[in-house]
Write a protein of this length. Sequence first.
Length: 560
Amino acid sequence: MIPGPVAALAVAGDVGAVVHEGRCEVLPVERLAAEVARLEARQQPRWVWWAAASDAAPVVRARVHLARAWDVAEAHRLLHGGWEAEPARCWAVAHGLPVDGIPTAPAGDLFDLVGPALPPDDVLVDDGGYLRADHHGWVRDPGHLEQWARAALGVAGLQYQAAVASSTRLAGTAASESAAALLCVELERDGLPLDRARTEELIAAAAGPRAATPADEEAARRTRDSLVLRHVQGRESTDLRNPVQVRELLAAAGVDVPSTRKWVLEPYRQVHPVVDALLTWRRDERIATTYGYRWLDANVGDDDRLRGRWSACDGAAGRMTAENGLHNLPASLRPGVAAHAGYRFVRADLGQVEPRVLAVVSGDVAFASATAADDLYAPVALRLGVERAVAKVAVLAAMYGQRSGAAGEALRGLESAYPVAMGLLDRAYAAGRRGEPLHTYGGRLVPTGRFLAERPPGTDPALDAARGRFARNAVIQGSAAELFKAWTATVRATTRDLGAEVVLCLHDELLLHVPADAADEAARRVDTALGDAARRWSGGAPVRFVADTSVIDRWSDAKD
């Protein structure tokens, strides 16, 4: 069983159940929050639920702060990899049952009459040991919620035992991942503060004024296109949304390129004005079609907060993800992300986090010594006898699998200077090629055999190499994601008394919305939290982690 005080929370529709110290309360959701808040204040238990997005959401929306959690779905993803983590699967795997035996939910047709009989109405588990096939509807009966909550407790206990048996770090990682899932619900609730007027100005600069009619919208589209097409006479009918026609347009201007990707076109900006115009058009077209007025109206509330769904895990290496532009907002719209009146942002960005994580994961003492510097690449360059830029390319190439060009020669120097770190990456690459499972530093299973699964390992050398590159990066990127979430959970806990809200988690970047008079103290605590979280996550490894932390009014004020 999970150590310490534990309580289970389960919600179905407008009713919820709380199980604590053997007792169960089944309450309407409007009263549920008060009972949870009472228990939280009295004992601060670790809350167990099937998934934060369903079971914790009503309580979080009622502004009840929950300190600790065990999320069954997130723990399942850690232990077994992938994204699928519905209760029936979590239950089956925790109890050692094959997932292909999970009963199919009744379809409400004649085939239900010839399928396996359902258990009696008061029984959750069928004769095969699985959750009953109709548990989705069954649990909506308030009389069944206690069993549902206790079932989550039972699965969580089995997961904890499996985590402890698997790795000394995995149970701690599960707690951190559960905190991240809880934070995701809070992020959805609170949203990202915007300056709506400024955001509309930025959209108008790219897409033109709001269109009153479809004809106005089409006219604005033609105007955007004309700024590109005017540079190549005789090609005015080119469809800029068709890559083949765009290549023909460029060729007519004397720019012969193998593709129209941004990184391919960038070096040609000064060759012909059509290239610069095309890249500018793409930026504006993306805003007009994806982040324009419809996006603003649909996703920004009356309180000037941008909201979208968040996930604590991407189903691969474990990075947080978000929708509605929260994770891929164009840089040109960042000036519209602004702290509201009386508040400021505290922005912190982890510096060179993946190479520092590599030092921890590999245990390379020589590489770890380089992390003592604010700029890790400087001592690496000194050791290799190369320019800093070359050292940076080499380190990144090692983690991302690039072997050609300038990186190739520098990599040979890295392999000689830091054989332990490079050996770990090479072993990950080889395992990935073979489709063998890997684990992140925190214990997350990365099932490389499921990556590019259309052909099994050993049948296509190109796909095998792609699996190897994925594995090489996933073992580091996934570990970095674990550190980031541990840091974020620590920041959430240690800045709450200041009135701070975490409003954005973007890969290695953290954004807090803080009352103005507490912003400097919050920034100090963010840095302290990094040291504390890194020490716990790394087990005290001699690796230094750094963050660029600043107090700003707009996201665009942050230094790149």
